[in-house]
Write a protein that binds this ligand. Structure first.
Ligand SMILES: Nc1ncnc2c1ncn2[C@@H]1O[C@@H]2COP(=O)(O)O[C@H]2[C@H]1O
Ligand SMILES: Nc1ncnc2c1ncn2[C@@H]1O[C@@H]2COP(=O)(O)O[C@H]2[C@H]1O
Length: 396
């Protein structure tokens, strides 16, 4: 028997590794270990590989179906319909409860995270849908409203703008159906949508979104069936991107931000009222800010438009009343928060000065995100201010 030359066997090996996609699988695995830093990496690796393997098999089938659909309809016409029909065609009437939301969005199971593998598609191979300057400008404005896109540089934004296509839908039209497979991500250009979840035979409206907001990320992040039905509350225009574009440009940051803040936000008492999914949308909107010792974060008497949660370090709250010297009234540490009074009071005025004591890291929400995400907590926040013993609390 003739032995193979060392060069030939090295080449064989390379070919074998390439044909089985081994390098990419290991790269993805390593990337996800770095993002999640699991306490037990071996358990994580075993779970990741078994989940990934299952997902890749399903994805291969889904991709073939998608390619077949694209060959039939190369410019992406009727993709909304294609998305909502796919599972009806495969197994008759869709059953919204056949599949439940991904485990991390079910109460009490926050740690069970199934991570979908990152896309192997190169950025330059993403689709390009021609559009005029007005459309590009409009997408740019829409993206600027959504913090999921805030980390993108101009080059990435251009790629994203090229890869998106426009979809229109009428009031009451179902864009996404709970339980179905899906591979599109939507950004609302105009109009409003409602989210409905059916559980135990009961359908509930769990939220509503408007221009600049996005939906449809869960199925793309976790390879799971759609977790909610999305229905147009008004006539809508969407900018839509496919799974590969979402994964190439948005998956890592969205996933890592949600995973990074998930456990921390769960400790913030005021946020315990929110569902795990609502908490994850709070994570998307958080803006980390750092302060050095003595730096004033908010100043009494100024107008305020940001809410802060202390993530690391300590802040000192001081107040000065007319004709008095400034007095320390509070010290706040993780996971306490401040800055809500200016956002819920009529005159938007800061009622105290907050200063960093040592190095401090805070997570901030701007006024729009605060109102949209924490608006339902306003009564609790107002009640909470009574603990500050503010003589003007009745004016809030
Ligand atoms: N409470 C919620 N639970 C799950 N998904 C939600 C919820 N509210 C809005 N959604 C969105 O509805 C989308 C349905 O499709 P996806 O599961 O891909 O992604 C989901 C989210 O983007
Ligand atoms: N005793 C206190 N009096 C006033 N504000 C306080 C007090 N303790 C903590 N704070 C926080 O300090 C913040 C200063 O900005 P805001 O008035 O927006 O919201 C205020 C509260 O969140």
């Amino acid at each position: 028997m003739q032995g193979k030359s060392p060069t030939a066997s090295k080449r064989d090996l390379e070919e074998y590794l390439a044909s089985k996609n081994v390098r990419n699988i290991l790269k993805d695995l390593l990337q996800h270990i770095c993002i999640e830093r699991p306490p037990n990496p071996i358990e994580f690796i075993l779970q990741y590989l078994s989940t990934t393997h299952a997902l890749e098999t399903t994805e291969a089938v889904a991709t073939e179906e998608h390619q077949a659909a694209e060959e039939h309809n190369p410019v992406g016409e009727d993709l909304l319909d294609a998305e909502s029909q796919s599972s009806e065609e495969s197994d008759g009437e869709p059953n919204p409860e056949a599949m439940v939301p991904p485990p991390q969005y079910q109460r009490g199971r926050r740690n069970a995270i199934a991570v979908a593998p990152a896309s192997a598609v190169k950025i330059e191979d993403l689709p390009k849908y021609p559009k005029d300057d007005t459309a590009r400008h409009h997408i740019g404005q829409v993206l600027a409203k959504n913090l999921l896109f805030s980390h993108l540089d101009d080059h990435q934004k251009d790629i994203l703008i090229d890869a998106m296509f426009e979809r229109n839908a009428h009031t009451a039209e179902v864009v996404i159906r709970q339980g179905e497979q899906g591979d599109l991500f939507y950004i609302i250009g105009s109009g409003e949508v409602e989210y409905h979840i059916t559980k135990g035979g009961v359908t509930q409206c769990v939220g509503r979104s408007g221009p600049g907001q996005s939906f449809g990320e869960l199925a793309l992040m976790y390879g799971s069936p759609r977790a909610a039905t999305v229905v147009c509350a008004t006539d809508c225009m969407f900018w839509v991107m496919d799974r590969n574009t979402f994964r190439s440009i948005l998956l890592e940051t969205t996933l890592s931000k949600r995973q990074r803040y998930q456990d921390f936000l769960a400790q913030v008492p005021i946020l315990s009222q929110l569902t795990p999914y609502e908490l994850s949308t709070v994570s998307d909107a958080l803006q980390p800010s750092t302060f050095t010792d003595g730096q004033v974060i908010v100043q009494q008497g100024e107008l305020g438009d940001r809410f802060y949660i202390v993530e690391e370090g300590c802040v000192i709250v001081t107040r000065v009343d007319p004709g008095q010297t400034p007095m320390e009234v509070n010290r706040l540490r993780p996971p306490q928060f401040f800055g809500e009074i200016a956002l819920i009071s009529a005159n938007h005025c800061r009622r105290a000065t907050v200063t960093a004591s040592g190095n401090v890291r805070c997570l901030a929400l701007d006024r729009d995100s605060f109102t949209r995400l924490l608006g339902p907590l306003e009564d609790i926040l107002k009640r909470n201010t009574t603990q500050y013993n503010l003589y003007f609390s009745s004016q809030i």
